[in-house]
Ligand binder design. Sequence first.
Ligand code: IDP
Ligand code: MG
Length: 144
Amino acid sequence: MRERTLAILKPDCVRRKLVGKVLDRILEAGFEIVGMKLVQMTEAQAKQFYAVHRERPFYADLVRFMSSGRSVALVLEKENAVAAFRELIGATDPKEAAPGTIRREFAENKQENIVHGSDSEETAAKEIAFFFSEAELIANQLPE
Ligand code: IDP
Ligand code: MG
């Protein structure tokens, strides 16, 4: 089934000028961009976005990192987009990510790991609504 997922090209991706390269990889893998914006998350937004991790030891650092600079928020569409995107980005820790994945290729460490991807359809719906209104999501009008 064609699905949507939320991706974030994190502040390390923007700072290291990797947005173009990572977007290329995403498009080459067959994802269609239906929403895209440059954002600077506030600390409050980062706290809310990652609230599920609030008890974890890395939470404060993660919030600081995610609000440390600009990010690119994306809504991506494809068959089984949620799982397919998680596969394309690889494991959280780039050292454990499979060869050829975006995190393995570009990420420096477990925190600064270039990209976020929703982990379920339910989370994807919530995360998409966190960044985008319905009117900002523009489906392709042309036949494939
Ligand atoms: P995910 O992004 O692969 O879904 P999560 O476990 O949901 O990974 O963690 C959210 C984000 O928190 C990660 O992408 C990473 O930036 C950061 N993070 C997760 N685990 C650690 C850790 O052990 N040390 C530092 N940062 C971490
Ligand atoms: Mg996660």
